[in-house]
Ligand binder design. Structure first.
Ligand code: IPE
Ligand code: IPE
Ligand code: MG
Length: 227
């Protein structure tokens, strides 16, 4: 692939429900297809040489969806996460989780905690799962921590108080599913991210679609306020 490669890509994986509806299937059918898609995309990003991939799995607002849908999502997560994380470790990838995991089921919290702790040292690819993640909650939490420490912040110290401490800002944010909004995803970190919106529903967002987004990014001129 020609041109510049983003170091960090974030994906707002939207459109699972509509994908299922088009097939006259329950929403969970779309989430299952989305979960499988997520795994193939992580592998593909890795192959492309992307170093950080952040996947928006669940927003703080999504936690108010019907219990049945959430239980289904956690069930899928248990099934696919455990099976694929070991494979990722073997490929020298580490897992990082951002968001407030305390509101999640106990066994899911353990799964997430363990996956971070057991990640290989010196991994050259970081897969970040944003779960019960919301930028506003993240920023408010950071502000409160600074207030409690009684210290003024600057851009560097503030970044280190965010869930994304140690992760470079995203270069490219992709949203599938046709909506043109960020829905509380990496609002602070995305200050200078390139945004890519596509109507393709997430389960249909293939490796070739990711290539297209990366090629589109490579053709852009990032000026960062300069002339
Ligand atoms: C995104 O797909 C996945 C989650 C938010 C968990 P949606 O479930 O929002 O799918 P649509 O937007 O209803 O199609
Ligand atoms: C954003 O999708 C959250 C995730 C993809 C995890 P939503 O479907 O929740 O976003 P809105 O409600 O359309 O903004
Ligand atoms: Mg949606």
């Amino acid at each position: 692939m020609e041109g510049k490669l983003p170091l960090h890509i974030g994906i707002i994986m939207d459109g699972n429900g509509r994908w299922a509806k088009k097939r006259i299937q329950p929403r969970g059918f779309g989430h299952k297809a989305g979960m499988k898609r997520m795994i193939t995309l992580a592998e593909h990003a890795r192959r492309l040489g992307i170093k950080y991939l952040t996947l928006y799995v669940l927003s703080t607002e999504n936690l108010s969806r019907p219990r049945e849908e959430l239980d289904g999502l956690f069930g899928l997560f248990r099934k696919y996460f455990t099976a694929n994380v070991k494979k990722l470790y073997a490929e020298n990838a580490r897992i990082k989780v951002i968001g407030d995991r305390s509101a999640l089921p106990d066994d899911v919290i353990k799964l997430l905690d363990d996956s971070e702790k057991q990640s290989p040292e010196g991994a050259d690819f970081t897969l970040v799962f944003a779960i019960n993640y919301g930028s506003r909650a993240e920023i408010i939490n950071a502000v409160n921590r600074a207030v409690e420490a009684g210290e003024r912040v600057d851009a560097d110290s503030f970044s280190s108080l965010l869930y994304t401490d140690g992760i470079p800002d995203p270069d490219l944010i992709i949203r599938t599913g046709g909506e043109v909004r960020l829905s509380n995803f990496l609002m602070y970190q995305a200050a200078y991210a390139e945004l890519y919106f596509t109507d393709v529903l997430f389960p249909d967002f293939t490796e070739a679609e990711l290539d297209k987004a990366v090629e589109n990014y490579a053709a852009r001129e990032r000026r960062f306020g300069k002339v």
